[in-house]
Design a protein around this ligand. Structure first.
Ligand SMILES: C[S@@+](CC[C@H](N)C(=O)[O-])C[C@H]1O[C@@H](n2cnc3c(N)ncnc32)[C@H](O)[C@@H]1O
Length: 281
């Protein structure tokens, strides 16, 4: 694994977790921890990305998908760390299907976006509980903390926008493993990505199903976005990490497909549109 990204592990049960030094957590978060006994056993993992140590509670067994750190979250983190200029000028950030929150928490740390303008979302109740805990774990100052909200792609988007607004940057890692999830995902991005040329959606993607990429291109286009695979050749550490993650994954899960993972960037398709920084599509 690349030198700037490493992980050390410490096993906790949920109650042992509660005994650790958590002076800074709120009453609500303490309650979430105390009521986690029905949930999966947790361990606390520290992911080091450069000089940023992100402490994450992750599930050890019987967990929902998002209660573990997925390899592409690390890939997207390495990209954001090496290319943190992509966050220059970004005033608001949304993570979709955030899981443990690794990507959003790192992005919040390395950007200058105020905590209240970073929103980490997921559809799963247990995952959101973990997300709350992990946000508390990494931000001692309440004012710096990213927020957390429920969001199921394609549902309640008008209400969500009315409550939270739109975002300059949207992030997602390892979100698509079925074709039917593509359209709701891009409808969500189409609704919540701020309508300006600089707005950007980054998606770290593993091609688990044949032709999923084709659906990604098609559905993002339907929703008014252009799609481009980011060449990682000029970021050898990120490329190496991606290859390593793929190697481990395909070894464990069968190499039937064996398509390299990638990072997509999506922007508003401006061809034929008279868009400026402040007009609405
Ligand atoms: C494979 S996990 C990836 C989690 C995290 N992004 C990572 O890379 O570690 C997929 C995440 O997307 C969430 N998810 C799946 N379908 C969703 C949907 N329709 N709406 C919102 N979230 C969804 C799951 O709850 C889960 O947390």
């Amino acid at each position: 694994m690349a030198a700037y990204l490493s992980s050390s592990k410490m096993i906790f049960s949920p109650m042992e977790n509660d005994k650790t030094d958590r002076k800074n957590i709120t009453e609500k978060e303490r309650h979430l921890l105390e009521t986690n006994q029905d949930g999966p056993a947790l361990k606390l993992e520290t992911i080091a990305i450069g000089h940023h140590n992100i402490r994450l509670n992750v599930a050890t067994w019987g967990s929902a998908l998002g209660e573990r750190i997925w390899p592409l979250a690390k890939v997207l983190c390495s990209y954001l760390y090496l290319r943190h200029d992509v966050m220059r000028g970004v005033a608001s950030l949304l993570e979709l299907g955030a899981g443990t929150g690794l990507v959003g928490i790192l992005a919040s740390r390395i950007s200058h976006i105020p905590g209240r303008s970073v929103l980490l979302t997921d559809q799963d109740t247990r995952v959101k509980r973990l997300l709350h805990m992990n946000i508390a774990e990494n931000f001692t100052d309440l004012a710096d903390r990213p927020r957390c909200a429920h969001l199921k792609w394609g549902e309640g988007l008008d209400q969500f926008e009315a409550t939270h607004g739109t975002f300059d940057l949207i992030l997602g890692s390892d979100l698509l493993y079925t074709r039917c999830a593509c359209l709701p995902l891009f409808q969500t991005v189409g609704k919540l990505l701020d309508k300006k040329p600089s707005s950007l959606f980054l998606l770290a993607h593993r091609e688990r199903r044949t032709k999923l990429k084709r659906y990604i291109y098609q559905h993002s286009k339907i929703c008014g976005l252009t799609c481009r695979e980011i060449p990682l050749g000029d970021l050898p550490e990120c490329l190496e990490l991606t290859r390593k993650m793929d190697e481990v994954w395909y070894e464990a899960n069968g190499a039937a497909l064996c398509k390299p993972s990638c990072i997509f960037e999506f922007r508003w398709n401006l061809i034929g549109r008279n868009i400026t920084e402040h007009t609405t599509i």
